[in-house]
Design a protein around this ligand. Structure first.
Ligand SMILES: *Cc1c(COP(=O)(O)O)cnc(C)c1O
Length: 384
C-alpha cells in the first residue's frame, strides 16, 4: 500500500491492523469447520483495505490453502510473497490480460466457452497447463455459466488439452438473509455438477460458502472449501448470527487525533451549510480526519467517535480533512488526544457495523473506503 505518510511524523489519522488477530481468526474459523474443509483466503481490494502483502503473509503463516484475488495486479503482488501458493482470480480476465495468467501462474474463473478457447491458447503458447475453476451461476446473475448450461462448459474445459480443472464453485446472492434461496442455489449447483460427466469432485476445490454462507454450511456433500473474506478480519456479516460462536477478533481499527478544542456559544450554526445548531454552550473538538480519510460525508450529524472512552457525536457536515465533534460532556479533552472512529478505547467500543450504519453502507465498503492518505500501522509478533 502506497501512501503519502512520512514515517518521521506522528500519526494523525491511521488504521491499526492486528496481524496476530488475523492469524488467530483463520485458525478459529478453520477449527470450527470440518477437518477436510480447505480455506480460501479472499484478499481482494488490498485485503479489504488491510494491506495485501501484510495480511497475506499472515494468512500464509496461519496456513491458508489458496488465495483469491480480483485482478492480476493483486495476483502479481502475491507472487512477490510466494511463487507457489495457489491463486484464484475471482473476476473476469480481459483478453489483453490473458497471457499474464501464465506469467503469474493464476487460476482463472471460467464462465464462457470463449474463455475456454482463450485460456487454452495461452497455456499452449506458454507451454504449460493452466489451472481454471469452473464457476456456475445458480442465481446471482454475475459471473459463472448459467447452471442449466454448466455441463456443456464443463465438457469443453475437460476437453481443452492445455487446461486443468482445479475447482468448481458458485456464489450465493443472499446467504445472510434468505436461507431458502441459498438452499435452492446449493441444490442447483449440486444438480448441475451431477450432470457434468467425468468430474472427480474429490480432486477439485468444491466451494460455495463465503463468510455469511458459513452459517448454513452443509457439512455433507461434495463441498470441501470455503471462501473467507470479511469474517477473517473479525467482522460478522450480520450481528447476532450463528457465527458469533466463532469468536473472531477485530483486526482493523481506525483512529485520529483531536486538533483543537474550543468553546462556542449556544445558538451558533456550525460547519458547511451551517448544518448544526448548537443547543447549548458547547465544547467542540476538531478532529484531524474527514472524508479525505474515509469518514463518509453521510455520517454528517449522525456518526459518533470515542474520546477518553466516551461517545461524542459528530456535529454538522464531515469535511474533507476535519470533523467537528461535541465534547461538552467529556472533561479534560486536549489537543493530541486520540479519537477512535472504529475500535476500542478505555473499555468502550465503536463497531464497524455502527460506523457503516451511519453512512448507510456495509462493512465491506467501509474497509474499501479508507483512503491511501491513511497509513496502516501493523501490530504483529511476526516481524514482517
Ligand atoms: C468477495 C468474495 C468472497 C468473500 O466474501 P466475504 O463475504 O467477504 O466472506 C467470496 N466469494 C466471492 C466470489 C467473492 O467475490
Amino acid at each position: 500500500m502506497t501512501n503519502l505518510s512520512n514515517a518521521r511524523l506522528p500519526l494523525r489519522c491511521w488504521a491499526e491492523i492486528d496481524l496476530d488477530a488475523l492469524e488467530r481468526n483463520l485458525r478459529l474459523i478453520r477449527a470450527s469447520l470440518p477437518g477436510h474443509m480447505r480455506y480460501v483466503a479472499v484478499v481482494k481490494a488490498d485485503a479489504y483495505g488491510h494491506g495485501l502483502h501484510q495480511a497475506s503473509a499472515a494468512l500464509m503463516h496461519a496456513g491458508a490453502d489458496l488465495f483469491a484475488v480480483a485482478n492480476l495486479s493483486e495476483a502479481a503482488a502475491l507472487r512477490e510473497l510466494s511463487n507457489d501458493w495457489p491463486i484464484l482470480m475471482l473476476s473476469p480476465v480481459i483478453p489483453d490480460e490473458d497471457r499474464f495468467l501464465a506469467e503469474y501462474d493464476v487460476a482463472a474463473t471460467v464462465s464462457t466457452l470463449e474463455e475456454v478457447a482463450r485460456f487454452d491458447a495461452v497455456a499452449r503458447s506458454a507451454k504449460r497447463p493452466l489451472q481454471v475453476h469452473l464457476k456456475i451461476d445458480t442465481g446471482m446473475g454475475r459471473l459463472g455459466v448459467w447452471h442449466e448450461e454448466a455441463p456443456t462448459l464443463c465438457a469443453a474445459i475437460l476437453a481443452a488439452p492445455h487446461l486443468r480443472l482445479a475447482g468448481v464453485f458458485t456464489h450465493f446472492a443472499s446467504p445472510d438473509d434468505d436461507p431458502a434461496f441459498t438452499a435452492e442455489q446449493r441444490s442447483r449447483f449440486l444438480a448441475a455438477l451431477s450432470r457434468c460427466s467425468g468430474l472427480d469432485l474429490s480432486k477439485l476445490f468444491v466451494h460455495a460458502d463465503n463468510s455469511a454462507g458459513l452459517e448454513s454450511i452443509e457439512m455433507a456433500g461434495p463441498f470441501n472449501a470455503v471462501r473467507i473474506g470479511l469474517l477473517q478480519f473479525g467482522i460478522l456479516p450480520r450481528p447476532r448470527s450463528l457465527l458469533e460462536q466463532v469468536h473472531t477478533e477485530p483486526v482493523f481499527s481506525f483512529r485520529t487525533r483531536v486538533g483543537i478544542v474550543k468553546q462556542l456559544p449556544a445558538g451558533t450554526d456550525i460547519s458547511y451549510g451551517r448544518t448544526h445548531t448548537l443547543r447549548r454552550d458547547s465544547t467542540v473538538a476538531i478532529l484531524c480526519a474527514g472524508y479525505g480519510d474515509g469518514i463518509s460525508r453521510a455520517a454528517s450529524n449522525r456518526g459518533w467517535v470515542l474520546i477518553r472512552g466516551k461517545r461524542c457525536p459528530v456535529l454538522g457536515r464531515v469535511t474533507m480533512d476535519q470533523t467537528i465533534v461535541d465534547v461538552t460532556e467529556v472533561p479534560g479533552v486536549i489537543s493530541g488526544d486520540e479519537a477512535v472512529l472504529v475500535g476500542r478505547q478505555m473499555g468502550a467500543e465503536l463497531s464497524i457495523m455502527e460506523f457503516s450504519g451511519w453512512s448507510d453502507t456495509i462493512p465491506w465498503e467501509v474497509l474499501c473506503s479508507v483512503t491511501k492518505r491513511v497509513p496502516r500501522v501493523y501490530k504483529t509478533s511476526l516481524g514482517l
